[in-house]
Design a protein around this ligand. Structure first.
Ligand code: NAD
Ligand code: DAU
Length: 350
């Protein structure tokens, strides 16, 4: 069946893997990738598919209501997969308003434009991609389920929680067909080197200090990005309207253990003496309000849709390291602009 699907944030980390999957696997779909190309968006991530006849890129800001209305007037979308967001917690601590503009206002603009399509498109679907951070922080035990009460604690997670609530409100109030998924930490190719794994890897490559916040005892549940893209594909096609699905890797690591493991992989790949990269580990001031632990119970998506992560962490990390070592030009490009300014000034402006 032909469909025209809008994917927002498709030039970013996860979005680029989702766009590639949909363009390649569904040649009868028309995929429109809408992205503002902020510091985190890079069309080099999609070089291999940009000439495909079922792919179109549009540059634009989801926070611009007029622009979004005109885009929806031009394209008769059958569905939206919404990934565009400001995504980095540390940046949200420095500039919360930017996160409200993109993550909250941007989502409302897309919901409003989608609402107008409902009468003519009863099968329309608005799929909102969200995060496990909306559930707050866990102690040593337990997992986030779809029933866990929302308790966002950073400006980033508060903006994502707000957008989740708005998506549910449009479902309840206007009967908009929606689905939401909340995923744990992703890693893999194309991730901007400000997040833990690519930043540490990038600094190890350059023999620079590898910052570990606090004592490195915080725990995250890591998932290879292509496994997330597979889950998104399944949920888009087979998920139940109005439902939420948690997605996670069953793969918890303390930050310090993960970084030490990455050090051992990098020593091997770079032919450095054992222990070289570990010497770069530098404990730095903790993140304000740092959530202790995230861990997802992904049994609903497993039981209802048959999704499971396909890669062991060791395999996924190996693939990730190989990708970064083979794509040093990409690293050079993405770190040459805003990123450098941000780290120089510790402040980011659009
Ligand atoms: P990212 O920062 O790598 O990419 C975000 C993309 O959105 C970029 O291409 C950027 O240019 C675009 N964008 C930002 N502001 C925009 C705007 N105003 N208008 C249009 N485009 C804009 O983010 P990511 O890590 O790929 O995350 C994608 C989505 O998945 C986000 O909604 C995030 O909250 C969610 N998520 C991420 C993770 C993770 O571990 N990275 C985990 C769970 C959920
Ligand atoms: O859980 C899903 C979320 O995961 C997504 O919604 C976010 O978009 C994504 O950025 C990620 O958030 P985190 O804050 O968990 O990811 P980050 O890579 O920034 O940090 C991972 C852990 O590592 C966290 O405990 C903070 C720590 N850290 C991070 C950086 C950048 C360090 O110790 N040193 C660092 O330099």
């Amino acid at each position: 069946m032909t469909k025209k699907i809008l994917i927002t944030g498709g030039a970013g980390f996860i979005g680029s893997h989702v766009v590639r999957r949909f363009v390649n696997n569904y040649p009868r779909y028309q995929i429109v990738n809408l992205d503002l190309l902020t510091y985190a968006g890079n069309l080099e991530n999609l070089k291999d598919i940009e000439q495909k006849p079922n792919y179109t890129f549009v540059k634009g800001d989801i926070a611009d209501a007029d622009f979004i209305q005109s885009l929806f007037a031009e394209h008769n979308f059958d569905g939206v997969i919404h990934l565009a967001a400001e995504s980095h917690v540390d940046r949200s601590i420095m500039n919360p308003l930017e996160f409200v503009m993109t993550n909250v206002i941007g989502t409302v603009n897309l919901l409003n434009a989608s609402r107008r399509l409902l009468e003519s498109k009863p099968d329309f679907l608005f799929y909102h991609i969200s995060t496990d951070e909306v559930y707050g922080s866990l102690g040593k035990e337990g997992f986030f389920t779809e029933e866990t009460r929302y308790d966002p604690r950073s400006p980033y997670s508060a903006s994502k929680a707000s957008s989740d609530h708005l998506v549910r409100a449009y479902h309840h109030t206007y009967k908009m067909p929606v689905v939401i998924s909340n995923c744990s930490n992703n890693y893999g190719p194309n991730q901007f080197p400000e997040k833990l794994i690519p930043l540490a890897l990038y600094n190890m490559l350059q023999n620079k200090p590898v910052p570990v916040y606090g004592k490195g005892e915080n725990i995250r549940d890591w998932l290879y990005v292509e496994d997330h893209a597979v889950a998104i594909d399944l949920i888009y096609h087979k998920g139940t309207t109005g439902e939420t699905y948690n997605i996670g890797g069953h793969n918890e690591w303390r930050n310090i253990d993960l970084i030490k493991f990455l050090c051992s992989v990098m020593d091997r790949k770079l032919n450095r003496p054992t222990g070289s990269c570990e010497k770069l580990i530098t404990f730095v001031k903790d993140r304000a309000g740092h959530d202790l632990r995230y861990a997802i119970d992904a049994s609903k998506v497993k039981n209802e849709l048959g999704w499971m992560p396909s890669l062991q962490f060791e395999e996924g990390l190996e693939k990730t390291v190989d990708w970064y070592l083979n794509n040093t030009e990409w690293l050079k490009h993405v770190t040459s602009g805003e990123y450098k300014n941000y780290y120089d000034s510790q402040y980011h402006k659009r």
